[in-house]
Design a protein around this ligand. Sequence first.
Ligand SMILES: [Fe+2]
Ligand SMILES: [Fe+2]
Length: 284
Amino acid sequence: MDTNTPLEHIDDWEDDLVKRYPEPFKKQKEDYRNYNDSPRDDLVRNFYKINHQNQTYEFVIAKQNEYFNLDKRKMSPWDALDYLNTLVDDSDPDIELDQLQHLLQTAEAIRQDGHPDWFILTGLLHDLGKVLCLYGEPQWAVVGDTYPVGCKFSDKIVYSEFFAENPDFSDQRYNTKFGVYYENCGLENVKMSWGHDEYLYHVLKDYLPKPALYIIRYHSFYAQHREEAYAHLMNEEDHKNFEWVKKFNPYDLYSKVPIPPDAKNLRPYYENLIDKYLPKELLF
Ligand SMILES: [Fe+2]
Ligand SMILES: [Fe+2]
């Protein structure tokens, strides 16, 4: 197996999240795509093993240096969505929803509940950072749960036992409760494991309201928004904005239904919304 692509499909970890955090009051197996569990479980496990071994403080700094200049591509927001959609499923294309469909379903579910327009737009954009895959980044540096690096890895992180093989685990600079940080220093000052959340945050940070940026930057940070394991690094502003991250999470996890949204009909509404908040072209 190639360590760059331990998962058959990039969204397998999200399907696994629905198993970890089933929708309350719903029998998940009936509502969501069923599959032969154990082989995929092994792939997800192996995916996290590689992720946890490799996401070090130094690795994150190297990725930030590589991407924060935003000199990879220049695209209109909708072209970026189309570009992301070239990331197609090669395992079973008949069943999987493509990337744009997941984004539209998330946004539409938010819209149906009467939320503010920036929240709807956040639903549409939140996974755009997965274009990292198209730049050749390995899956473990694009998707999967994110967590702080530079301090002790919480045992609330999924498959935390695999951190024993991460060099930072036995590095005294990085393996104490606060590591390179200090109490309630604010997440702004905390480096997160590298993936699509942090990257997209940097692409969009000048354009969206703060709660939207929190959603984009921390939606995969399950160890906090679901498990509350890193409150000691957060400040008041973080706590306030995490209410939105928590509000967003069910739309991300539970809006996946097998009926594809009508992208063509929805497009004018979303083009308008994009125009309201974003420039004609975005730097990636
Ligand atoms: Fe995501
Ligand atoms: Fe998502």
